[in-house]
Write a protein that binds this ligand. Structure first.
Ligand SMILES: [Zn+2]
Ligand SMILES: [Zn+2]
Length: 180
């Protein structure tokens, strides 16, 4: 099973390869990174944010049209929300194998802190692996340091390890095996 990453032109440059390599390690799957071929819809002027569901709708249409069967993780820089959520680090739609991650609130500069490439890389990997975990059938996990723990804040995200807890790992392996 191969995972595709669509890296948007406005997403942090230079992180494509380290993120795809690390995601390949965490997921134990092949990962291919491509330039994002989609035009992003869903910008909502009144909130100055982008509707994550509309972004995933666009990704789903693209995947159907080009018969893309692989799970796709889209990485963008636009700040995401959805109805009922003030903001989102990312969103996954397991039924279609589509997921999106925003770098906006993963970057120290959003919080007025000094920019740090290692922090940003770490968070992109954790958030990316989290959404991919959903695509492979995993739900949220109560272990605070597991990738599948639901991070409500940046500190929650930073507290996690870059790995699945043994239980989630077992489910992931079983889910992927059942997929083949
Ligand atoms: Zn989640
Ligand atoms: Zn877990």
């Amino acid at each position: 099973m191969e995972i595709l990453i669509f890296w948007d032109a406005a997403a942090p440059p230079g992180f494509q390869l380290p993120v795809s390599r690390e995601l390949s390690n965490i997921m134990d799957m092949d990962v291919k990174v491509l330039e994002n071929p989609l035009v992003l819809n869903g910008y909502t002027g009144s909130r100055r944010q982008t509707d994550a569901r509309v972004v995933l709708d666009g990704l789903d249409v693209y995947k159907r049209r080009l018969s893309v069967a692989e799970p796709v993780l889209l990485v963008i820089s636009e700040d995401l929300f959805m109805v009922g959520a003030e903001f989102l680090f990312g969103l996954a739609r397991p039924s279609t194998g589509s997921a999106v991650v925003s770098s906006s609130r993963l970057d120290n500069s959003y919080y007025g802190r000094r920019r740090d490439d290692d922090d940003l890389l770490d968070r992109l990997c954790k958030e990316g692996a989290h959404e991919l975990g959903h695509l492979f059938g995993l739900d949220h996990c109560r272990e605070p340091d597991c990738i599948m723990h639901n991070p409500l804040t940046l500190d929650d995200l930073d507290r996690k390890r870059r790995d699945f807890c043994p239980q989630c790992r077992e489910r992931l392996d079983a889910g992927v095996a059942g997929d083949v």
